[in-house]
Design a protein around this ligand. Structure first.
Ligand SMILES: *Cc1c(COP(=O)(O)O)cnc(C)c1O
Length: 367
């Protein structure tokens, strides 16, 4: 008999398609033989904080032969202070992806329900499917989450609801009033996760702040990350904020050392680097205006976004345009796997990167 491990995998895993991550620049350059490529494909900050890259890593003398602090004590304290919560409300993760998976692992048995929105960040459905959850997807409105439609899908089997605010890849967001109406309508046995990976890009009154809602809603979990505005995607650090009781449960299922020692210290440094955050937000705001205006001069409609990326409707299959852009040295993200075959997602880069992306898009639409 032929050994076929796929037949041995549990049903949810057998049915999975792996998440398709953006590729690192050096691999793309090897594949395409191009001079430095403009990479606007993975919603990273185009810059790295000097407080980490220069001041910390140069001559870094962390005790690398030792295990990291498995409780993430220092980083949790710093976060707790910043967010005005207690350290025992925080769950650190190897990226916020880790925390999203811990939530599914801890709360969802095979056959129990997980509710998401159409076009929502893929990790929710991947994590849910892997454990054999019953995944329910509510249709989107204007590309964004329709919380009433999501509420309508909640039934006795539902354990978790995922809301991405703003959502990736659409950039759409929902207001605090909408979020509260939704949370008020839920049965007490349903945990709602609000993924705020882009929270710091637009932390003004425009955005609901799930951490502030925790006092009112004990079954709420907010997740945030150091991968986006903090410029540390390569380190893999994110966190959840919840009641201490939920955090205690997540703590039981995580790996004992799920965040490495470099990442812990880098995140702590970055958290203190207010200047980097403010500058990144400014650059992003400028870049967003540049891209939105550029798209409309090309006669293209983009989905209004409050994150660090913009999804644009090409009104034709986007993949061939994506390929032509790549040949011209600009990598963006086709999102057909999100049910959006006519859109491309552009991460806001440095000013010259945004301009180049617009030029290359224009050429690639013609030829
Ligand atoms: C990028 C992103 C994350 C962050 O993932 P990390 O594991 O923290 O790098 C989480 N949620 C959404 C919606 C994202 O776009």
């Amino acid at each position: 008999m032929i050994f076929d491990p796929l037949q041995l995998a549990i049903p949810g895993v057998r049915a999975l398609q792996p998440y398709q991550p953006g590729k690192p620049n050096d691999i793309i350059q090897r594949e395409f033989g191009k001079e430095p490529i403009v990479n606007l494909a993975s919603n990273e900050n185009p810059r790295t904080p000097d407080s980490v890259a220069r001041d910390f890593l140069n001559g870094c003398n962390e005790p690398f032969s030792r295990y990291p602090d498995g409780s993430g004590h220092a980083l949790k304290n710093a976060l707790a202070q910043k967010l005005d919560v207690t350290p025992n409300q925080i769950t650190l993760g190897n990226g916020s992806n880790d925390v999203l998976e811990l939530l599914v692992k801890a709360f969802v048995s095979p056959g129990e329900g997980v509710v998401v929105s159409e076009h929502a960040f893929a990790v929710y459905s991947l994590a849910a499917s892997a454990v054999g959850a019953e995944l329910k997807t509510a249709p989107a409105v204007e590309w964004g989450h329709d919380l009433q439609a999501m509420r309508d899908l909640v039934d006795r089997k539902t354990k978790l609801v995922f809301i991405a605010n703003p959502n990736n890849p659409t950039g759409t967001w929902i207001s605090e009033t909408e979020v509260c109406t939704f949370l008020d309508s839920l049965p007490g046995s349903v945990i709602t996760v609000i993924d705020e990976a882009y929270f710091e890009y637009f932390s003004d009154a425009q955005m609901p702040d799930a951490v502030h809602l925790l006092n009112r809603y004990p079954a709420l979990v907010a997740t945030r990350t150091f991968s986006k505005i903090y410029g540390l995607a390569g380190f893999r650090v994110g966190y959840g904020v919840s009641s201490p009781e939920i955090a205690d449960i997540l703590n039981r299922v995580r790996q004992p050392f799920n965040v490495n020692s470099l990442a812990l210290t880098a995140a702590e440094r970055a958290l203190k680097d207010e200047e980097f955050l403010i500058r990144s937000r400014e650059l992003n705001n400028q870049g967003m205006i540049e891209l939105v205006n550029g798209m409309s001069s090309l006669g293209l409609r983009s989905i209004p976004s409050i994150a660090n990326f913009l999804s644009v409707d090409l009104q034709r299959p986007a993949f061939p345009v994506f390929e032509k852009m790549l040949q011209r040295g600009v990598l963006v993200r086709p999102i057909a796997n999100y049910g959006m075959p006519n859109h491309l997602r552009f991460t806001i880069g440095l000013e010259e990167e945004n301009s180049k992306a617009l030029d290359v898009l224009e050429q690639s639409l013609i030829q």
